[in-house]
Design a protein. Structure first.
Length: 204
């Protein structure tokens, strides 16, 4: 008897889909799949439809490149935010991480990555030109560079700082409470919040 034979290809396919998600191992994927198998059909349909609707209808803010249900995100349209302050981040997960600290009340700009020649990612592949455009046309007083404390993050910091060198604007960095090599999404809220509050001038 072949004990390695699969009891259900349908179940195995579902497990494989869950396991393709970042941070999800085979055991966790199996638990997810078996959980859905026990749910009612309407519950499963709601689950599937929520993911499908997110994929089909989620937009990117035309101003800051953050995810949004509309053309302009709720952060950019919120008049209580400090519109003279832009926090530059690598990805959408960084916006979520900073917002969770409740220590920042300005705007954001999501680059969609960092400059990485080894990976074939140059300034043209990132949302840097729109950032420079915002700085030139909006009444921005400070730019916070909240990029990863890595070689790629530092390279991107230098590039942006050089592009706006002739603009009368403060450029600051997160305090190094965020360790070298760390990503913002994995930094605890207290440390990240203090890094924002204790930010320092960018020193080339």
């Amino acid at each position: 008897m072949n004990y390695s034979e699969k009891s259900s290809n349908l179940l195995d396919n579902a497990i494989s889909q869950f396991a393709s998600l970042p941070g999800i191992g085979k055991k966790t994927a199996t638990r997810f799949a078996l959980h859905l198998l026990k749910k009612s059909e309407p519950d499963v349909e709601n689950f599937v439809n929520a993911i499908k609707k997110m994929k089909q209808e989620t937009k990117f803010c035309k101003i800051c490149n953050n995810i949004s249900d509309h053309d302009i995100c709720t952060i950019c349209t919120n008049n209580s935010r400090d519109k003279s302050l832009i926090c530059v981040v690598e990805g959408i997960h960084d916006v979520m991480a900073i917002e969770s600290t409740s220590q920042y009340n300005g705007l954001y700009h999501v680059l969609g990555g960092v400059i990485s020649p080894m990976d074939g990612i140059g300034p043209g592949e990132l949302s840097i030109a729109p950032l420079i455009h915002r700085i030139n046309i909006e009444n921005i007083k400070e730019i916070i560079l909240a990029l990863p404390a890595t070689m790629e993050g530092d390279t991107t910091n230098f590039y942006i700082n050089r592009k706006i060198a002739n603009v009368n604007i403060n450029v600051t960095l997160l305090a190094r409470g965020v360790a070298i090599g760390d990503e913002l999404q994995f930094t605890d809220e207290i440390t990240l919040g203090q890094s924002i509050l204790n930010r320092k001038p960018f020193n080339t």
